[in-house]
Design a protein around this ligand. Structure first.
Ligand SMILES: NC(=O)c1ccc[n+]([C@@H]2O[C@H](COP(=O)([O-])OP(=O)(O)OC[C@H]3O[C@@H](n4cnc5c(N)ncnc54)[C@H](O)[C@@H]3O)[C@@H](O)[C@H]2O)c1
Length: 394
């Protein structure tokens, strides 16, 4: 099966029984009709997980690249395409949308959907400014529809395993975490000019959710209350010879509501292979993600390992990794970003059908986004500590 899954909303009986065996909701009688905004980019990653879901079908695609969209629709046998998001939302064809467009469109398109009672699964981050995040939070409050941010790093198997170990209390009191997004994007910046403006055209942490998301899951009910951001300076020109507006790498120190500390590193410019490791420190144990070249995820827990030596994290899977991650269905194994896109779709659809709060609803999504926006203020003010708003108080 290719990355797009079976054509149309149907899937085979064997797939159905495999899916039904681990998540009864997948086989719900309800069918949510999805539209995908930005269907030729990141939005395309959700096509297969949606087609694999028994309670979902894709009814409309939207992208501004007309010719490529026509070809995509033909390939997917999709009759309804739009080049304007609002027209799709007004078409009556969808109950929910994936907002997979560039960052600066997430908030305006999400608000348009929510105002029409259409559920939103948005790509990361929530938005590009604090005022627009405020507007979105108000729109979520007013709407009967659900909002979730698809922060897929939270669904990586190792992150879920560390989350479960943290919830069992084996790390003791959590004191420190590190998260990184180090992904050299100078040439991609030129191909997707919105990145040049919104990711590398602003100083500070413009893309915080992949690094902060898993850490906030581990620190559970905590949020970042203040940040201080510092950078390495600017040492690169873009391929057109123009200096980037942001520093090559920025480091954002985050004070947490429970007293702990997080350090975020963002680097989209330095010449280095991609490697985005994270780590966690508690009073009774610690965890380190691998850094490549055969390195393994490792853990040390006082209560389990005695002598202070790293142990393979994977040894803990049998006891702590949730069943669904231990025996994932084929669509999860083959979905994008190590299957994490599959799990985000599951949680979103469950929340919509059960009318429950999604795991990364508006406030948790803003907990992962607002520290980045506050870091942009901090770095402009000589790294002064800047308070991060709590959207629950808005
Ligand atoms: N979660 C992840 O792992 C991950 C990975 C990559 C990108 N992203 C996020 O996904 C979003 C898209 O990134 P990308 O890499 O796909 O970018 P991209 O530029 O490659 O693709 C975006 C697509 O949206 C289309 N588009 C642009 N404006 C539009 C509009 N107004 N209406 C409809 N379609 C429009 C473009 O034509 C393009 O096909 C970004 O916000 C990015 O932060 C997330």
């Amino acid at each position: 099966m290719d990355i797009l899954g079976a054509p149309g909303p149907c899937f085979s009986l064997s797939q159905r029984s495999e899916l039904a065996s681990f998540a009864p909701l997948l086989m719900s009688e309800t069918t949510l009709r999805f539209g995908i905004l930005g269907s030729l980019g990141r939005g395309s990653s959700f096509i297969r997980p949606l087609r694999a879901h028994g309670a979902a079908c894709i009814t409309a695609l939207c992208d501004i690249r007309t010719e490529a969209l026509r070809e995509q629709a033909e390939r997917l046998e999709m009759p309804h395409t739009f080049t304007d998001a609002e027209a799709l939302l007004d078409s009556g064809l969808v109950d929910a949308v994936v907002v997979g467009t560039p960052m600066q469109f997430h908030v305006p398109q999400s608000i348009l959907a929510l105002e029409r009672g259409i559920h939103v699964l948005s790509e990361v981050p929530v938005g590009v400014s604090i005022p627009e995040c405020h507007d979105l939070a108000a729109a979520v409050r007013r709407s009967r529809a659900r909002y979730m941010m698809a922060e897929n790093a939270c669904y990586f198997s190792d992150c879920v395993l560390v989350r479960e170990i943290a919830r069992a209390g084996l790390f003791g009191r959590l004191t420190f975490g590190e998260g990184e997004y180090t992904h050299e994007l100078k040439s991609l910046n030129e191909k997707t000019p919105w990145r040049r403006r919104w990711q590398t055209g602003i100083n500070g942490n413009t893309y915080p959710t992949h690094s902060l998301g898993p850490l906030l899951q581990w620190f559970r009910d905590q949020r970042v209350v203040s940040v201080s951001c510092v950078g390495t300076g600017n040492h690169y020109l873009d391929p057109r010879g123009v200096s980037y507006e942001n520093e090559d790498a920025t480091f954002t120190l985050c004070r947490l509501s429970g007293g702990g500390l997080i350090k975020l590193r963002l680097d989209m410019l330095s010449n280095r292979p991609a490697c985005s490791a994270c780590s966690l420190q508690g009073t009774e144990g610690c965890y380190e993600a691998p850094r490549g070249l055969g390195d393994q995820p490792k853990i040390w827990l006082k209560s389990r390992h005695g002598e202070m030596r790293w142990q393979p994290l994977r040894d803990m899977e049998g006891e702590f990794l949730p069943q669904a991650w231990r025996h994932p269905p084929i669509d999860a194994r083959e979905a994008g970003h190590s299957g994490s896109d599959f799990w985000a779709i599951q949680d979103f659809i469950t929340a919509v059908l059960e009318e429950s709060d999604p795991p990364i609803g508006i406030h948790r999504a803003l907990d992962m986004t607002l520290p980045g926006l506050a870091s942009q203020v901090s770095i402009d003010q000589d790294s002064q500590w800047v308070a991060v708003p709590d959207s629950r108080a808005w």
